[in-house]
Ligand binder design. Structure first.
Ligand SMILES: NC(=O)c1ccc[n+]([C@@H]2O[C@H](COP(=O)([O-])OP(=O)(O)OC[C@H]3O[C@@H](n4cnc5c(N)ncnc54)[C@H](OP(=O)(O)O)[C@@H]3O)[C@@H](O)[C@H]2O)c1
Length: 345
C-alpha cells in the first residue's frame, strides 16, 4: 500500500511543492504509525521553505509543524499508545502527509470528541500563546498587555487566552482585521498608519505589564519603551537566520543589563525536546478549554491535505486571519463541517 506526502523540493515559493508517493511500511521498535487527520499550515512552515530560520531543514523535506491523527499501527515495545487512539504531536516537520511515523514518546493524548482541525491549532499556536503569557510573562488578572501580530495564528490565540485571563489588551494588526481584535475586547492599532508607542503611551501613561512580540526587529526596542517598571517583553518571533538569532540573544543580554526594571525573555518551542512536562501540562489545559468551548479557534480555511501548496499560498498572501489547516478528506466531507472562507485585502 502507498501513501502520499507534500514535499518541498527546493527553496522558494509555494510552487516548489511536489506530491510524492511512499510505500507504507510497518512501524519499527518503539514507533507508531499515525494516519493524519489534520495538520497546521503556519508561518514557520513558510519560513523553513525559504530557508529563513536559524536551522533550516535540509531540502527535500515535508513541512507540517503539528498534527492530529489516529494511531494506525504500533511497533514492538509500544506501551503508551494503541491502534485507534486519537493523538497529536509537535512534529516540526512531516505533517503534510497522509501518514507519519513517530516515536511513542512524542505522542500527546487528544480527546476524541474534538474537531481535529480545531485541536491541531492548540498543539502549536495556542501552546505558544499560553506559555508566553503564563510561563514567560506570568501575567495576572487586570494586567495591560500588547500583542504584536494580533490577527495571526498565534495572535488570535493570545486574544482568546488573554480575554480568559482578564487582561486589558492592545493589538497590532492591519486595519481590515481590526474587527476580530475588537470582538475579543482588544484595542486595535494599525501598524501601517499608526505609531503604536504614541497610541499606547497616550492611553496608558504608566505603561504596560507585558508585550508579546512575534515580529522582532525594531519591535523589541520600541516594545520596551511602552513597558512599565517590572514589565516583561517576550520575543517569540523567528529571528530568520542564525546571525539573527545571535544578534537577538546579544541584544537581549544588553537590554536586561539596563537598570530600568524591565525584562526581555526569548521563547521557543524547541525546549520541548529537553523538558516535555510543562508542554504536556499546558496541552492538557488547552484541550480542556476547547472541550468546554472556552476557546474557539478561528479557522480561516480548511484545505484537503494534499492541497498544501494552495494553503501555503493563501497564508503567505497575508489575506487570512487566524489559522489555516489541512485536513483528511473525510473531515471535509463530514456533515456539519463548516468551510470557513474569510479572506482580507
Ligand atoms: N517561538 C516559537 O516557538 C514559535 C512557534 C511558532 C511560530 N513562531 C513565530 O511567530 C511568528 C508569528 O507566527 P504566526 O503563525 O502567528 O504568523 P501568522 O499567522 O502569519 O501571523 C502574522 C502576523 O504578523 C502580522 N504582521 C505582519 N507584518 C507586520 C508588521 N510589520 N508589524 C506588525 N505586525 C505584522 C500580521 O498582521 P496583518 O496580517 O494583520 O497585517 C499577522 O497578524 C512567526 O515569526 C513564527 O515563525 C514562533
Amino acid at each position: 500500500m502507498k501513501y502520499r506526502s507534500v514535499v518541498v523540493t527546493r527553496r522558494g515559493g509555494p510552487d516548489v511543492f511536489r506530491i510524492v508517493e511512499h510505500a507504507l511500511r510497518e512501524p519499527t521498535i518503539g514507533e507508531t504509525r499515525i494516519r493524519i487527520l489534520a495538520t497546521t499550515v503556519s508561518a514557520p512552515d513558510i519560513q523553513a521553505r525559504y530557508g529563513h530560520t536559524p536551522f533550516p531543514p535540509r531540502v527535500p523535506f515535508v513541512p507540517g509543524y503539528a498534527i492530529i491523527g489516529v494511531v494506525d499501527a504500533v511497533g514492538e515495545g509500544v506501551t503508551k499508545a494503541a491502534a485507534g487512539d486519537r493523538v497529536g504531536a509537535l512534529t516540526i516537520t512531516g505533517g503534510y502527509a497522509e501518514y507519519i511515523y513517530l516515536n511513542q514518546d512524542e505522542l500527546i493524548p487528544v480527546p476524541v470528541a474534538l474537531d481535529p482541525a480545531e485541536a491541531v491549532t492548540l498543539i502549536l499556536n495556542y501552546l505558544v500563546a499560553y506559555q508566553v503569557m503564563h510561563r514567560s510573562a506570568r501575567v495576572r488578572s487586570g494586567d495591560k498587555v500588547l500583542i504584536v501580530g494580533a490577527s495571526g495564528g498565534i495572535g488570535t490565540a493570545f486574544l482568546q487566552l488573554g480575554r480568559l485571563a482578564h487582561l486589558t489588551m492592545f493589538g497590532i494588526a492591519s486595519r481590515s482585521k481590526h474587527h476580530i481584535l475588537v470582538e475579543h475586547g482588544a484595542t486595535p492599532i494599525d501598524y501601517h498608519t499608526q505609531d503604536f508607542v504614541e497610541v499606547i503611551l497616550n492611553a496608558e501613561p504608566d505603561g504596560l505589564h507585558a508585550v508579546f512580540d512575534g515580529m522582532g526587529g525594531d519591535y523589541v526596542r520600541r516594545g520596551l519603551s511602552v513597558l512599565r517598571r517590572g514589565g516583561t517583553l517576550v520575543v517569540y518571533g523567528n529571528p530568520l537566520s542564525l546571525l539573527g538569532l545571535v544578534r537577538l540573544l546579544a541584544r537581549v543580554v544588553v537590554f536586561n543589563l539596563l537598570p530600568n526594571g524591565k525584562r526581555v525573555k526569548v521563547f521557543g518551542t524547541t525546549v520541548s525536546r529537553f523538558n516535555r512536562r510543562p508542554f504536556e501540562e499546558d496541552w492538557a489545559v488547552l484541550f480542556r478549554l476547547l472541550e468546554e468551548r472556552r476557546i474557539n479557534p478561528i479557522i480561516a480555511k480548511r484545505f484537503p491535505l494534499m492541497e498544501a501548496a494552495e494553503a501555503n499560498a493563501l497564508l503567505e498572501s497575508g489575506r487570512t486571519a487566524g489559522n489555516v489547516v489541512l485536513v483528511a478528506p473525510e473531515l471535509l466531507e463530514a456533515p456539519g463541517t463548516v468551510q470557513e472562507d474569510a479572506e482580507y485585502r
